[in-house]
Design a protein around this ligand. Structure first.
Ligand SMILES: Cc1cc2nc3c(=O)[nH]c(=O)nc-3n(C[C@H](O)[C@H](O)[C@H](O)COP(=O)(O)O)c2cc1C
Length: 317
């Protein structure tokens, strides 16, 4: 897509060449991946996840060494380390902060006066309207096709609704893994896209080779959402762990028992390479991820394909 920085509000806001963000992914998105994406013309994002303060600080400093381009930090609001991540974002003047899983009022209050660009991830129009009022610079509207924590609406449904409801720019996420998805997101009114699952299979992504292979091998129905009864549903590749989640949820396990089963499992899967009992967060687009490419090449290819598709659409409509 021939996106000119001057024409696109997301490129202008973030100071990037291509309107694409690499979604934060706990245990996956470190400084190496984030800086590779930023150097490739998108916005790379370090996942704060539940990382201890000293480790997260090292990642932020490492990203500053690896790129002179803007990058972001994601604060998982329900994480016990969220306030440490907020302090570090302020202290190290991280240019962009995205927030997940919660109400970002405190983050906006603290970081907006410092000039940080703050972009909450939302899963409904109500959430989107609220964060716009609180001063968010843009939102990521994420559909339930996504990997990780999910809402109820699909990308096709949420993006145009959020675009119609807000004046700030909207970034589409969930189920986008190629140029077709990017062109579709822009047709729905998005001005940028956030991809998570596709970036797992980047050359610079340091996850266990087993996890990358599992994403490459995944088929169309290869993911499942578990944990709906806890109020924190999560989409992962199907394995023994997701079958166990389904079993205990069907048997009426309490939210605490269900949450307990997941403790430490994301690390076991994505870093430890345990494909049976690790949590393998990934989205429905896994089935469309068929190769491992360096971030720069991937981003260039994605926008080349999106541009070609958008050029052909006029003749079809
Ligand atoms: C392994 C994994 C971990 C994730 N962790 C986080 C996280 O810590 N914070 C967050 O806001 N989103 C998280 N997400 C969501 C992504 O940032 C992104 O929005 C999502 O992957 C986009 O959908 P896609 O997977 O279909 O591309 C995670 C996704 C995956 C696949």
């Amino acid at each position: 897509m021939r996106v000119k920085m001057t024409d696109n509000r997301i490129c202008k806001l973030l100071g990037i060449k291509y309107p694409i963000m690499q979604g934060a992914m706990a245990w996956v998105a470190d400084a190496a991946l984030a800086s590779a994406v930023s150097n490739g013309g998108g916005l790379g994002i370090i996942a704060g996840g539940a990382m201890p303060r000293d480790l997260l600080e090292k990642e932020i400093l490492k990203a500053k060494e690896l790129t002179d381009k803007p990058f972001g930090l994601n604060i998982m609001l329900m994480s016990p380390t969220a306030s440490d991540a907020l302090d570090l974002a302020a202290q190290h003047k991280v240019p962009v902060v995205t927030t997940g899983a919660g109400v970002p009022g405190k983050v906006l209050e603290r970081l907006k006066p410092l000039g940080t660009v703050v972009i909450p991830v939302v899963a409904s129009v109500t959430q989107a309207r609220r964060v716009e009022k609180q001063g968010a610079d843009a939102v990521v509207a994420e559909g339930m096709e996504a990997g990780g924590h999910v809402g109820e609406l699909t990308t096709m449904a949420i993006v145009p609704q959020v675009v119609s409801a807000l004046s700030i720019p909207v970034i589409a996420a969930g189920g986008i893994a190629d140029g077709r998805g990017i062109a579709a997101a822009f047709a729905l009114g998005a001005e940028g896209v956030q991809l998570g699952t596709r970036f797992i299979c980047c050359a610079e992504c340091a996850v266990h080779a087993n996890f990358k292979q599992a994403v490459l091998d995944a088929r169309d129905r290869g993911t499942v959402v578990t944990g709906r009864s806890t109020g924190h549903p999560v989409r992962c590749l199907r394995n023994k762990l997701t079958a166990e989640f389904e079993k205990i949820e069907a048997a009426g396990a309490s939210p605490e028992e269900i949450e307990e089963l997941g403790v430490g499992k994301l690390r076991d899967g994505v870093i430890g390479g345990d494909m049976d009992w690790g949590s393998l967060m990934a989205g429905q687009s896994s089935a469309m991820v068929n190769d491992i490419r360096p971030a720069r090449l991937l981003i260039e290819d994605l926008f080349k394909e999106a541009g070609e598709i958008s050029g052909k659409l006029g003749a079809l409509l």
